[in-house]
Design a binder for this molecule. Structure first.
Ligand SMILES: Nc1nc2c(c(CN[C@H]3C=C[C@H](O)[C@@H]3O)cn2[C@@H]2O[C@H](COP(=O)(O)O)[C@@H](O)[C@H]2O)c(=O)[nH]1
Length: 345
């Protein structure tokens, strides 16, 4: 039985984009985004940097074991918030209605306010589904998607964190010798719910969206220092979710075939995990952002010396585009995004 080659996320993005039929990466769209990033970088450098973490009020602002365990749990559950329009799960917290990813963060803080030791794997690895239902109760008429799957993941991966790493994600970080790549590999090897990989044309491609965003969140929260210092953080790729492709498509950096466009426009279309459509969108997203990073850094290097210390990586570009999708949610309402029932993103 021939061994199927296995690619890391960067190689996977490159391979998928080279073999993609329904999704194309367009140079003019890349230029458009790169120019926008450079303009923002030169005017507000801090907003497009590891320091962006501090601007989000629902993220932990300490650099300690609590923050590391909070981040592990949030990225264990950081998937599939999409629903049909107007039927969104919502948590009202700190006087705002929180939806999507932020509804998850709000529910975790609300649980802590309610006295649940929710970020402790000794607690959530044994939690029963009715308590979890209370913790994720909705303030709209729509429940959090995939509660049962989230429960199973908390039991299973919480148990592994408890038993093999003494209940602290800092012990997982310490085992990777400040290498982001080692940490992604350790996470995907030890914790089953992070193995976001799939066979595409006889090659095992890996996107590792939740494992990579988990490493990126530690890097961001700890400001690239101490436990957040990774000598190879630039090996982390963009996070292949369903929102960043939406923005890339909006800028014309990702162009979809007629067939894919009409499918996406059709109300209620969903793609199965592993569908060609889904893999092409996710793989081209990763590669497209690699090309944007290259374009931005080349331009920065050509500018007068005062800006040469500015440099971006795929995490920074990804966050910039993900934030933009939220800021411009109204304009992007008419831009379709793909829906896949998945525990991976
Ligand atoms: N590519 C990428 N996908 C991301 C994130 C985040 C939030 N994390 C960052 C936020 C602050 C910290 O810096 C965290 O790193 C969530 N998602 C995904 O989006 C989807 C939900 O989207 P919406 O409907 O808008 O909530 C869902 O698949 C979710 O998994 C990101 O940053 N990049």
């Amino acid at each position: 039985m021939p061994v199927i080659p296995k690619l890391n996320p960067r190689e996977s993005g490159d391979y998928v984009s080279k073999n993609s039929v329904h999704v194309n990466i367009k140079e003019d769209g890349i230029e458009r985004i790169a120019n926008k990033v450079i303009k923002s970088l030169l005017s507000h450098p801090d907003e497009i940097s590891v320091n962006r973490w501090k601007t989000h009020e629902l993220l932990p602002q300490t650099q300690d074991e609590f923050a590391a365990n909070w981040i592990f749990l949030s990225d264990l559950l950081n998937f599939c918030f999409w629903s049909s329009p107007g039927k969104e799960y919502m948590v009202h917290y700190k006087s705002k209605n929180r939806t999507g990813y932020w509804s998850l963060c709000a529910a975790l803080w609300r649980a802590l306010d309610d006295g649940y030791d929710i970020t402790n794997p000794a607690f959530y690895s044994k939690i029963d589904e009715s308590t979890l239902k209370k913790i994720f109760r909705s303030d709209s008429n729509y429940d959090i998607p995939k509660l049962h799957e989230r429960h199973c993941i908390m039991l299973k991966d919480g148990e592994i964190l408890l038993k093999n790493f003494n209940g602290s994600f800092l012990n997982v970080v310490k085992a990777c010798n400040n290498s982001a790549e080692n940490l992604v590999n350790l996470i995907t090897k030890e914790f089953t719910s992070f193995t976001d990989q799939i066979n595409f044309q006889n090659v095992e491609v890996s996107f590792y969206k939740r494992a990579q965003i988990l490493v990126a969140d530690i890097w961001s929260c700890f400001g690239g220092k101490g436990y957040g210092r990774f000598h190879d953080i630039d090996t982390i790729t963009a996070f292949a979710d369903y929102r960043v492709p939406q923005v890339l498509n909006w800028f014309g950096a990702l162009k979809y075939s007629e067939e894919l466009t009409s499918l996406l426009k059709k109300e209620g279309t969903t793609f199965a995990h592993g569908d060609r459509w889904e893999i092409e969108i996710r793989g081209c997203t990763i590669h497209c952002i690699e090309l944007i990073v290259k374009k931005v850094n080349e331009t920065l290097e050509s500018l007068p010396s005062s800006t040469t210390n500015l440099k971006v990586n795929s995490i920074i570009i990804d966050h910039y585009l993900w934030d933009m999708r939220r800021e411009k949610a109204k304009e992007l309402e008419s831009v379709p995004y793909h829906r896949t029932e998945s525990i991976y993103y």
